[in-house]
Design a protein around this ligand. Structure first.
Ligand code: PBG
Length: 332
C-alpha cells in the first residue's frame, strides 16, 4: 500500500468513519470496583492519596453498591480495614466467622444477590506486621503454614456467599490448596481469580495507607514473595502454575507499568486475563490532574484503552464509576 492510494487519514476524517474502524471498546460489564469497608456505623472516611475513594461502614456500603449497579458495574472487590488493636501476629481475625468480610458479604448479598463479590485472600489487613502471611522468628513469611490459613480464609468467605476468591499473597501452591478445599466442601461454583503475577511494587503505597498496613509493614518489604519488576518469564511460569492448579482467571498487578506482561500472558494462554489498575496509578493520575497538568477524564480513558489493547478481559480500578459515567456520556 502506497501513498496516495492509501491515505490513512481518509478514515479518520469524520466521526462515523472513525467509529467504523475503532478496534477496542470499553464496557462497564468488565470493570470491577474495589471498595474499602470498615467497622462502625455511619462511617465514610476519606483516604488522602485516593481522591473520591472512601472507607465505608456496612450501613453505608449498600448505597455504593447500588450506584455501581446503576452504572452498569456488576462486580465489586471488598477490602477490609481493621482497627490496629485488633491485629495480631497471625492475623487471627481473618478466620473469624463474624469478621468484617463475612458480615459484609452477607449484608450485600442479602440486598443485591446479583452483584458479583470478590474478596482478597491474604492476611495483610489482619497482621500486626503487615505481611501477607505467617512469619518465623527471622520475619520470613513461611509458605506452607500460610497456605493452610489462606485455605481456611477462602473457605470461610466462600461459605459466607462470596462468588470469587482472589488469593493476592503470592505463596506457592495456594491456588491448588484453595481449589481442593472448595471442592471438598462442594463449593464447585466459587471462582478463583489468582493474583498470579504480582510484583513487589511501590505503586501499592496508597492502598497500604487505606487499609492501615503501611505503618505495620514499616521498613520491611514483600520481595521474598512478590516478583521483581525486571522479570517477565517468571510471570509466565507463575500464570502457568496457577492455571494448572485450578484458577478461573489470572491477574497481573500493577497494571500500566506491566502491559507487556498482560499481552504476553493473553497471547500465550488464551485465558481470562485481568489487570489491577492499582492505588498508586490512580493517585498519580489524580495528582497530575489536580495540578492542571493533564485532563483526568481523557487520560483515564486512554489508560483504559491501553489495557484493552494489551488483551485484558476484566480490570479492577478505583475509577470504575468515573469510567462508567464517561462511557455513558461520551459515546466512547
Ligand atoms: C494485599 C493487597 C495489596 C493490594 C491488593 N491486595 C497490597 C500489597 O500487596 O501490599 C494493592 C492494591 C492497590 O494498590 O490498589 N495482599
Amino acid at each position: 500500500m502506497y501513498f496516495p492510494i492509501y491515505r490513512p487519514r481518509r478514515m479518520r476524517k469524520d466521526a462515523f468513519s472513525r467509529y467504523l474502524i475503532q478496534e477496542n471498546y470499553l464496557n462497564t460489564k468488565q470493570i470491577i470496583y474495589p471498595i474499602f469497608i470498615v467497622d462502625g456505623v455511619n462511617q465514610q472516611q476519606d483516604i488522602e492519596a485516593m481522591p473520591n475513594v472512601k472507607r465505608y461502614s456496612l450501613d453505608r456500603v449498600l448505597k455504593v453498591c447500588e450506584n455501581a449497579i446503576n452504572s452498569g458495574v456488576y462486580t465489586i472487590a471488598l477490602f477490609p480495614v481493621i482497627e490496629p488493636h485488633l491485629k495480631d501476629e497471625n492475623g487471627s481475625l481473618a478466620l473469624d466467622p463474624d469478621g468484617l468480610i463475612p458480615r459484609a458479604i452477607k449484608h450485600i448479598k442479602n440486598r443485591f444477590p446479583q452483584l458479583g463479590i470478590i474478596t482478597d485472600i491474604a492476611l495483610d489487613p489482619y497482621t500486626s506486621h503487615g505481611q501477607d502471611g505467617l512469619i518465623d522468628e527471622s520475619g520470613y513469611v513461611i509458605n506452607d503454614e500460610t497456605v493452610g490459613v489462606l485455605q481456611k480464609q477462602a473457605l470461610l468467605y466462600a461459605q459466607s456467599g462470596c462468588d470469587i476468591v482472589a488469593p493476592s499473597d503470592m505463596m506457592d501452591g495456594r491456588v491448588m490448596s484453595i481449589r481442593s478445599i472448595l471442592e471438598d466442601n462442594k463449593l464447585i461454583h466459587t471462582k478463583i481469580l489468582a493474583y498470579s503475577a504480582k510484583y513487589a511494587s511501590a505503586f501499592y503505597g496508597p492502598f497500604r495507607d487505606a487499609v492501615g498496613s503501611k505503618t505495620n509493614l514499616g521498613k520491611s518489604n514483600k520481595q521474598t514473595y512478590q516478583m521483581h519488576p525486571a522479570n517477565i518469564q517468571e510471570a509466565i511460569r507463575e500464570v502457568q502454575l496457577d492455571i494448572s492448579e485450578g484458577a478461573d482467571m489470572v491477574m497481573v498487578k500493577p497494571g500500566l507499568p506491566y502491559l507487556d506482561v498482560i499481552k504476553s500472558i493473553k497471547d500465550r494462554f488464551s485465558f481470562p486475563t485481568f489487570a489491577y489498575h492499582v492505588s498508586g496509578e490512580y493517585a498519580m493520575l489524580h495528582a497530575a490532574a489536580k495540578n492542571g497538568w493533564l485532563d483526568y477524564n481523557q487520560a483515564l480513558i486512554e489508560i483504559m484503552f491501553a489495557f484493552k489493547r494489551a488483551g485484558c478481559d476484566g480490570l479492577l480500578t478505583y475509577a470504575a464509576l468515573d469510567i462508567a459515567k464517561l462511557i455513558k456520556e461520551n459515546n466512547i
